[in-house]
Design a protein around this ligand. Sequence first.
Ligand SMILES: Nc1ncnc2c1ncn2[C@@H]1O[C@H](COP(=O)(O)OP(=O)(O)OP(=O)(O)O)[C@@H](O)[C@H]1O
Ligand SMILES: [Mg+2]
Length: 373
Amino acid sequence: MADDEHLSDAEQSVATQLEKAGWQVTLPPPNTTGYDFEALKGRETIAVQVKNHRVPVKVPQIERFLNFFDLPVARRFTKGLLVSANGYTHNALTYFANADSPKVRLAVIKEGTVHWIRFEEHETEPPPKELIYVGVFTCKGGVGKTTISAHLAGAIALSGYNVALIDLDPQKNLTTLLDGGVILPSVGNRPGHTVKVFELEEWDRNTPPENIDMIVCDCSPVFEENPVDLIEKFSYCLIPTTLNPLGLNKNGYVIKNTLKAIRSVNRQAYIFVLINNYFRDEAQKAQVLKNQYKKYFSKLSEQEERFQFIDPDDASIRNSRQLFYWGYHIYNGDKPELAFTPIGGKCAPKADFLNLLDYLEEHSDIAQYKSRM
Ligand SMILES: Nc1ncnc2c1ncn2[C@@H]1O[C@H](COP(=O)(O)OP(=O)(O)OP(=O)(O)O)[C@@H](O)[C@H]1O
Ligand SMILES: [Mg+2]
């Protein structure tokens, strides 16, 4: 097939290589989304998508391609092939490996040639150790502070680090929810990494445990209750909030005060406002409400280089049943577990938190994860 009119250079190059390997390449019907072209050989019909971006492919793009195979129109495909001209972020690979999809394969273009990704190849050692502290704050209850602390720690563990989760909230929800901690599976055959929960009294601030790489703190909503010498160490602070119209102005005010309080002890931390409980299917309402927030914070963001309202379409935590029922295990006696269980190979909370890690790395100069490709 030589159809330059419809295929980009990168797509054409992948198509040509498939043709050389005996595949018959055809274009999809007009206005098809989800893939770029089809390839047929024997009993196999594959949907191929080529990402020719200048940056590595991220978690949401992988998630979208996996979701495509749930649609009725995708049922006729025996496989899906996602090809990236610029590799994948570390967290995108982690998400894909965890999804364990029976249909989808990943490939990259290296020096013009398509190469499959074999996961063992990418299990490089984590970058040199440098303790990174993350604080999750709000001077207001019930916005998902504890949920976000725990799952952010979980996502960090999934991507190959040992995490300490410090429970600074006097309610001690984390201690109840996670008991001593959880182990998360890692990519390939390597042992899983851990999330260990510490109460403040158990945490030796001068000599953190040797095997810990990152520390996430679920902070007390009463700012003064948080130990200053811990807040001083934070590289990142997350302030979760929601796009709930009733609370918007009040939340904006509370967030401003939280920012001020953090800055009174820590000048260098990157501070991000993160939308939790996001409904992606309410695009119009979300647009109006997030613009309200953006307007509210616009002056602050100008003055404060390291303060940012994260556009929920770039990174946010979606409303999900799994996150809602997180914690149910306390009542039926099951062992502690995060809301990371894949359903049909996919898991929105897992995708969201891994994507958040990509976002934090990209919007700061703190090298946390090295892109592996
Ligand atoms: N994205 C989400 N989707 C669905 N439910 C969520 C989501 N995030 C949090 N929840 C639910 O909202 C409730 C409150 O969350 P959480 O306890 O984490 O908030 P918090 O800010 O730590 O509250 P507190 O001030 O009491 O410590 C929990 O029942 C949790 O399961
Ligand atoms: Mg809490």
